[in-house]
Design a protein around this ligand. Structure first.
Ligand SMILES: [Zn+2]
Length: 329
């Protein structure tokens, strides 16, 4: 993607585009923000714009089409180098290799870029070996430290690089992004935008049909609970979910709590922008009407307690049965 098609984090976009209009870069930058908000894509777009063979007259964007842009986007351009943690940490051998390599002039392009992924995992000695380079990178090289935990960066690193903070997109921005980049039916786009929480990177990780299948199960369970007088079926449900592996059990419980959060929101103030499961509002509304706030609070409390108790290795089937039966009318 080019700067003109990237959505969100406009302030950072403007800063980077202004930097591109200077002669030479030679910068040390920190891209800070939660996982999946587009830090890496911004870094790649910056590198593309600096090396593009057919840039716009303003020289502040990439064409996204020339061989250089294409290769940078697919991580196969020798002047854009990524360093990642080797195991748990970025080790001194890796930073030494970087400080040597960075002195070399661009191999094929105009500007070289060194992306350090997970920069908060630089071991202290590795970080120390980088300080001098960070302070004064060669004019043809830019170092970008990417991190979701900027506070875990060593102060010596933080003070030597300019920090740009990245935030998740708003739901409206996310909808625009998804509409531009894929061809989903509108209800899918709306739901997916909400499920990602504005993190672009999440969009490809979510399988909507699988999500809807599991959500249907949880909605049915809540509806069963709301209808009362179904002890036998609730015991059966507890048996079914209690027998699942812990990971699957926890996923379903999280999903149930998220749906319940929506029901609670609807009960408290109607369908508003915070409701995630926007495509099943009729069912959320019916659950809200049947139960009322006090009862819903009780449900949230009990299911949340069940989730917390997972850490103490409870018998999941017994605990789920106890919760379901205590909540049935
Ligand atoms: Zn290009």
């Amino acid at each position: 993607m080019s700067f003109s098609t990237l959505i969100g984090n406009n302030h950072n976009k403007q800063i980077l585009q202004r930097l591109l209009q200077r002669d030479g870069l030679g910068l040390s930058l920190i891209f800070a923000g939660p996982d999946g908000v587009g830090k890496r894509q911004f870094a790649l777009t910056f590198a593309k714009a600096a090396n593009c063979q057919r840039p716009p007259a303003t020289r502040d964007d990439s064409c996204d089409d020339c061989p250089v842009c294409t290769r940078i986007q697919s991580n196969s351009y020798s002047d854009v180098v990524t360093v990642q943690p080797d195991g748990n940490y970025i080790k001194i051998a890796q930073t030494r290799a970087l400080t040597d390599d960075i002195q070399v002039r661009p191999r094929e392009g105009k500007q070289r870029f060194f992306l350090i992924d997970g920069a908060d995992r630089l071991r202290e000695e590795a970080a120390n070996s980088l300080l001098k380079t960070l302070e004064e990178p060669p004019p043809t090289s830019t170092i970008i430290l990417l991190t979701s935990r900027p506070d875990a960066l060593l102060p010596t690193i933080r003070s030597r690089a300019q920090r740009l903070s990245f935030a998740p997109l708003s739901i409206a921005e996310m909808e625009t992004y998804l509409t531009k980049t894929s061809q989903r039916p509108a209800p899918d786009t709306k739901l997916l935008a909400r499920l990602t929480g504005g993190r672009i990177g999440q969009a490809t990780a979510i399988d909507l049909s699988e999500y809807r299948r599991e959500r249907r199960e949880m909605l049915e369970l809540l509806e069963l609970l709301a209808s009362g007088n179904n002890k036998y079926r609730l015991v059966k449900a507890a048996e079914h979910y209690g027998k699942q592996e812990r990971e699957a059990f926890e996923r379903m419980l999280n999903l149930l709590l998220n749906v319940l959060r929506d029901v609670f929101l609807v009960a408290a103030g109607g369908v508003d922008a915070d409701v995630v499961n926007i495509d099943v509002t009729d069912r959320l509304q019916s659950l809200a009407e049947k139960n009322g706030l006090a009862r819903l609070m009780e449900w949230v409390k009990k299911f949340d307690e069940l989730r917390r108790n997972l850490n103490i290795n409870i018998n999941r089937q017994v605990a789920t049965e106890a919760v379901l039966l205590s909540l049935a009318k």
